[in-house]
Design a protein around this ligand. Structure first.
Ligand code: CAA
Length: 379
């Protein structure tokens, strides 16, 4: 049994209250209208949940990863679109800026996210390079005091609503992954074009866009880390990101299980509530066991990160297991709801659509298995 600290319990309770009072009541509306969850964003920003792990020196909340996981789970239970907005901001934008950025980068861009309440995004994937980011074609060429960025990025969460973008491009393409570098680019920079929103199956309230860099000039001070360090920055950032997505999946799965229990306890058939039927009881029992396993894997990965240990394998296991368990839980819950689950009158159809992406972004399930196999067999 893992005992949470008083501070962690307080974070969890605060997140639960925001989720129940502000996020959940608007989740269906934002999803149906494919609208950015502005009220949820403001509530999380005001509570300091959008830069949870950033040092107070730069305006963050200075909390640990387990607190972040607790908050992410509560938020994602209410609205998975809000969850990914929060996860990308914390894990994929604030983290690499704080960990690898120069004092200038931290003071200028991290501060905008943590203190200024601006959103961040992470631009690694390209139209022809998703699972294999080392194959990306975007380039950055130093010209005097500026880098000129050229290329296309795709599947960018928070695209358009974010002001601060962590962008990966090759400074020495012939060196493949060793020639990749990380940069920070602000919305509004000439030559930085944000494309139209993708039409998606789920997380519809989370804007996802392509980005184009058309001879986009940025100051050379916007380099994050050193030239050639980009791939390692991306990989270590994704290690932490995967903990956030595991927590998001856990939230969706828990919401699905709770919905199944509440429906089964009220729906009558054959003269009793359907929660009395063993076939259905076992479906719920299995899913709640899987949620518990997902929670333990996710908390373990978070605690290892907090202890400064290597957690690549544990984050991959947590993300793989929690995402696939969430997909199974949402399927189970919809099945228990029967026809009602297939209609938009119940939120379970949203959980079903939202769960699937957690097994795809920040590394597909297949990529997580590659990571786990390498860490287990080859190291
Ligand atoms: N931390 C630090 N360094 C790492 C690392 C890690 N976790 N993983 C690999 N590296 C280093 C290696 O040590 C190696 O270093 P050297 O060059 O010094 O030897 C280097 O990176 C290359 O490693 P690999 O040979 O293992 O690289 P690879 O090309 O075979 O790729 C991979 C490995 C695991 C498949 C990786 O490409 C991967 O994770 N792919 C999935 C990408 C992904 O998750 N994309 C998500 C997009 S972002 C997104 O979804 C955002 C959103 O908006 C929600």
């Amino acid at each position: 049994m893992i005992e949470l600290t008083e501070e962690q319990k307080l974070v969890q309770q605060t997140a639960k209250e925001i989720a129940e009072d502000v996020i959940a009541p608007n989740a269906s509306y934002y999803d149906a209208n494919e609208e950015f969850p502005q009220k949820s964003f403001e509530a999380l920003r005001d509570a300091g949940f959008l830069a949870m792990m950033v040092s107070p020196e730069y305006g963050g909340s200075g909390l640990d990863t387990l607190s972040y996981v607790l908050a992410m789970t509560e938020v994602s239970k209410a609205c998975a679109s809000t969850g990914v907005m929060m996860s990308v901001n914390n894990s994929l934008a604030a983290y690499p800026l704080e960990t690898y950025g120069s004092e200038y980068v931290k003071d200028t861009f991290l501060r905008k996210i943590a203190e200024g309440g601006r959103l961040g995004a992470f631009a690694l994937s390209e139209p022809d390079a998703g699972s294999d980011p080392a194959g990306g074609r975007a380039t950055a060429v130093l010209d005097g005091d500026e880098y000129i960025l050229k290329g296309n990025k795709m599947w960018i969460t928070n695209g358009g609503v974010a002001d601060v973008y962590v962008v990966f491009a090759k400074t020495q393409p012939e060196l493949k992954h060793k020639g990749m570098s990380a940069f920070v680019v602000e919305k509004g920079t000439p030559g930085f074009i944000i494309g139209p929103k993708e039409k998606k199956l789920g997380i519809r309230a989370s804007p996802t866009t392509p980005l184009t860099f058309d001879d986009c000039r940025i100051p050379k001070e916007n380099l994050v880390g050193k030239e050639g360090e980009g791939f390692k920055i991306a990989m270590s950032t994704l290690d932490g990101g995967r903990i956030g997505i595991a927590a998001q999946a856990l939230g969706i799965g828990l919401a699905a299980v709770e919905a199944a229990i509440s429906y089964a306890n009220t729906r009558q058939a054959f003269g009793t509530t359907i929660s009395k039927f063993q076939g259905l009881r076992w479906m719920i029992a299995n899913a709640s066991m899987e949620m518990e396993a997902a929670r333990l894997l996710t908390w373990q990965a978070a605690m290892m990160k907090d202890q400064g240990k290597r957690f690549t394998k544990e984050a991959a296991m947590a993300k793989l297991y929690a995402s696939e368990a969430a997909v199974r839980a949402a399927d189970m819950s919809l099945q228990i709801h029967g026809g009602a689950g297939y209609s938009r009158d119940f939120p379970v159809e949203r959980y079903y659509r939202d769960a699937k992406i957690t097994a795809i972004y920040e590394g597909t399930s297949e990529i997580q298995r590659v990571v786990i196999a390498r860490e287990t067999i080859d190291k």
